[in-house]
Ligand binder design. Structure first.
Ligand SMILES: [Zn+2]
Ligand SMILES: [Zn+2]
Length: 345
């Protein structure tokens, strides 16, 4: 089958790899209809991936159609349209059964497309382990585009917002306005924020946040502007959606007294110098977590179905899987208004 594979920094290839197969009775094979490129895929693209493997199939966001099921799969059948959760669990332990796969008791929690261990879904087909738990029928009334956003980005944005303790009437700051940060702006308002401030270096991304009702903060002056707007109070909730040292630092600066800072980006340097004195003096709560995607579906599906959240609006480009390398380069360089890149099979 055709797939996108990682070989070295900035070297993603569209090539033929062995066909994905149902390898266990609980697994299912999904023919991929569309897959997304995630901000965390860019870590791999830039050569700071999650393993030393090369030649593995990348990608962890996909929707498609079941083409084969193992003997023990009960809830899905051939022909079903499914969304595949980016986070994967054993499907058997208590946390996994409740959908909270990042707390998997058997440490089977994982993600597609980070190494050879669980091949990715930027491919014509993908094997879903414990398919009853790790994939779900696309809910009635949702499009493939909306379902694709539910496989990772929207739940991650929602987790980031929930972890930020947003209160009705609260002031929220969002740092980093990729698709996840922009959706966090929308979610913050849905959760009752009175004002959402938004920071990013890219002018088009700040403009997009303004369209969602946010007040954009100009680069370099973020803290001063926020201070002025809030009469010194700064933000009660801060969502950081990048994970870089500079954006983490900014997020902590934008936090007011007794604020909560929530980060959902992957920190690449792995040695962020946490400003303990600043956190202590402000009385901050700092939260970070991987996202158990499916645990958020019951909250999010109705909000998407009703149009309260419009995650599909983040899709900026759509191209064939064969053009995947080009899509990665565009997204990496934030070229041509690149936000959510969708690859179609
Ligand atoms: Zn992702
Ligand atoms: Zn488990």
């Amino acid at each position: 089958m055709k797939a996108l594979t990682y070989h070295a920094a900035k070297d993603i290839r569209f090539e033929t790899i062995p066909d994905a197969k149902v390898t266990a009775p609980h697994a299912a094979l999904v023919r991929v209809k569309a897959c997304g490129i995630c901000g965390s895929d860019l870590h791999i693209y830039q050569g700071h991936g999650f393993s030393d493997d090369v030649g593995f199939c990348v990608g962890h966001e996909a929707v498609g159609e079941i083409v084969e099921v193992g003997a023990h799969v009960e809830s899905l059948k051939v022909g079903d349209r499914v969304m595949i959760s980016a986070s994967v669990g054993c499907g058997l332990c208590a946390p996994c059964r409740a959908g909270d796969v990042v707390r998997c008791d058997r440490n089977a929690g994982g993600c597609y497309g980070l190494s050879h261990a669980l091949p990715g879904c930027q491919a014509e087909a993908v094997m879903v382990p414990h398919a009853d738990h790790n994939a779900a029928l696309i809910p009635e009334g949702l499009t493939y585009d909306q379902a694709l956003m539910l496989t990772d980005n929207l739940p991650t944005a929602y987790l980031g917002a929930k972890n930020a303790d947003i209160r009705p009437g609260g002031t929220v700051a969002v740092v980093g306005l990729g698709p996840i940060g922009l959706m966090a702006v929308e979610i913050a308002y849905a959760l009752g924020a009175s004002r959402v401030y938004a920071a990013d270096l890219v002018p088009e991304r700040r403009a997009m946040a303004e369209k969602l009702g946010a007040i954009a903060l100009d680069p370099g002056d973020e803290k001063a502007l926020l201070k002025e707007h809030t009469r010194g109070a700064l933000a009660g909730s801060v969502i950081e959606a990048v994970g870089a040292d500079a954006t983490l630092k900014l997020a902590l600066q934008l936090a007011g007294k007794q604020a909560t800072v929530s980060t959902i980006g992957v920190n690449q340097t792995k040695q962020f110098p946490f400003p303990m004195a600043l956190a202590f003096n402000k009385g901050l709560t700092f939260r970070t977590s991987l996202c158990s995607v499916m645990v958020h579906w019951p909250d999010l599906v109705p909000m998407v179905r009703s149009g309260r959240l419009k995650p599909e609006a983040m899709i900026s480009h759509r191209m064939p899987l064969a053009d995947g390398a080009h899509a990665y380069a565009m997204f990496n360089d934030r070229r041509d208004g690149a936000l959510k890149m969708v690859l179609e099979c």
